[in-house]
Design a protein around this ligand. Structure first.
Ligand SMILES: CC(C)(COP(=O)(O)OP(=O)(O)OC[C@H]1O[C@@H](n2cnc3c(N)ncnc32)[C@H](O)[C@@H]1OP(=O)(O)O)[C@@H](O)C(=O)NCCC(=O)NCCS
Length: 263
């Protein structure tokens, strides 16, 4: 396992999300120390990383003051840009899919944002101003986790497709009464990968999903090399997936959720 995620899980459960939702102006020294200590715990055991490398990663992260928020249709353009940066063309979610998913069940999806960027990030142009006394500050998307629900136990190509006027098949897309969360995309801007933003997103997502009792399980498809990463969050490898999305070669990963455990 690349990281001791279990230790981080316990720490995250024992605190609320207060530090993730603060504006840069509100972040005090104690929060910085807490953030660094949480992230450092998560990094213990990190494959081949020196303490100096971890410190540098964490100061990069501290400078961002990242915070998580549910996504809505207005975020579709930022998500599309982020996806272009993070995935090869055959694995990207299209803008139409983002619009569909964020319109029908945006509350299931989560973004991680910064308001501390210098405007040079690829997602900055599509960012919206934050509600604050500083109108130039924007909420710039640096990572996202995109989800829908299905009545299946693992992800299928039908779950990954979306209905359209040409193909209004009710089998396709989000199922409001499904009890399986489909995670379609977990992505972080390349310049901020490897500093635990993906982990923060996934932990916040799972914690929220469990505490709201939204579903019984979460499912995703993974390439072989990321299986250990998802196992670190409690996902179990269910073997080769039938999904042919992006050319196939995926593995089904499923995590049974414990509803209400964080209430
Ligand atoms: C996968 C991803 C979301 C992880 O987010 P992140 O913020 O970079 O991850 P974290 O800092 O929380 O964890 C880093 C760990 O992820 C794992 N990891 C990330 N990318 C990996 C890859 N391509 N192969 C194997 N492991 C990988 C490693 O274990 C890494 O640990 P290390 O830094 O000690 O090597 C991010 O790298 C990303 O957006 N990648 C491109 C899109 C993608 O492949 N998404 C997943 C499929 S939906």
């Amino acid at each position: 396992m690349p990281r001791d995620l279990q230790a981080f899980t316990e720490e995250l459960k024992s605190q609320n999300n207060r530090q993730l939702t603060k504006s840069p102006e509100e972040v005090d020294d104690q929060d910085r120390k807490d953030s660094r200590s949480n992230a450092m715990t998560a990094n213990e055991g990190t494959r081949g990383k020196t303490f100096a490398q971890m410190r540098s990663g964490m100061s990069k992260r501290d400078a961002l003051h990242p915070y998580t928020n549910a996504l809505s249709p207005k975020d579709a353009a930022s998500c599309t840009r982020l996806e272009e940066e993070a995935f090869p063309a055959n694995e990207r979610c299209t803008k139409e899919k983002f619009q569909y998913r964020l319109k029908h069940c945006g509350e299931l999806s989560l973004g991680i944002f910064t308001s501390s960027s210098d405007g040079n990030l690829p997602t900055a142009d599509a960012a919206f101003p934050v509600y604050s006394g500083a109108p130039k500050r924007k909420a710039v998307l640096i990572g996202h986790i995109i989800a829908t629900k299905t009545t299946n136990l693992t992800l299928t190509d039908d779950d990954m497709a979306i209905p359209s006027p040409d193909s209004p098949d009710p089998k396709l897309g989000h199922k409001e009464f499904g009890r399986t969360i489909c995670i379609h995309s977990l992505a972080v801007l390349p310049q901020y990968q490897g500093i635990a933003l993906g982990m923060t997103l996934m932990m916040a997502f799972l914690q929220r999903t469990e505490s709201h009792g939204i579903a019984d399980r979460a499912a995703l498809i993974s390439h072989k090399e990321l299986i250990p990463y998802y196992e670190g969050f409690g996902f179990v490898n269910r073997g080769e997936s039938k999904c042919q999305f992006g050319g196939g070669g995926w593995f089904d990963m499923v995590k049974e959720l414990q509803s209400g455990m964080n209430d």
